[in-house]
Design a protein around this ligand. Sequence first.
Ligand code: ADP
Ligand code: ADP
Length: 225
Amino acid sequence: GVPLEITGLTKKYARSTDRYAVRDLSFRVEKGQVLGLLGPNGAGKTTTLRMLMGLIRPDEGEIRVFGHAIRPGAPVLSRVGAFVEGAGFLPHLSGRENLELYWRATGRPAGDARMEEALEIAGLGDALARAVRTYSQGMRQRLAIAQAMLGLPDLLILDEPTNGLDPPQIREMRDVMIRYAAGGRTVIVSSHLLSEVEQSCTHLVVMDRGQLVQAGPVAEITGEG
Ligand code: ADP
Ligand code: ADP
């Protein structure tokens, strides 16, 4: 199956409200795409991504990840990695030690080449050897993104990965996503800024007030190319 196919996805946070967080959302993502989920705050991006990760249950609709139906509470497919804000690290350990700890905790063998390749793509360089307590907020965020990439999941989901990053870090993040997808992998990334997704993404899904506004290749949506 394709990396992601969602059909008629609908979610309200309360039965009593007439406000839909996500309403009748359908789109698909093909292998190798970097799909930007673009929309202002409150558009429903995080709600959509949480449903994809199986963290919350849609009221209606279907999610298929590599052909498998996603259900809350079911184990997340090993082919999926996700970044959400607020990952915790042990401050006295180095970035690398934290990631190795996480790697072993997920039951994967030490010295696995996937981990080294993921660290290469993440591009953290010498900072990996420093204690996390010396990291800036932006560096912690980049370590959390590296953590989501560790097993080189075929589908990588990033919720607002550039929040709190400075402009050079935002440019590096763009290169990280492009390098990640170059291996035939697929990335879904949310953002509220077109300027952040137009150069890193191949395709866009534009949302507003829970609904799909536009979807297609980036050049079609920005009117270039
Ligand atoms: P975005 O990620 O695009 O900013 P969200 O998915 O966070 O959008 O929010 C979509 C809508 O759902 C907003 O109106 C938001 O206030 C509401 N919402 C999000 N999370 C919750 C929640 N846990 N409980 C109630 N309403 C929520
Ligand atoms: P984002 O815009 O990245 O989705 P928010 O700042 O909107 O994040 O939300 C942060 C947290 O607050 C999330 O856990 C979200 O589910 C929750 N939240 C957002 N809107 C509401 C709401 N109207 N009622 C209750 N919780 C909400």
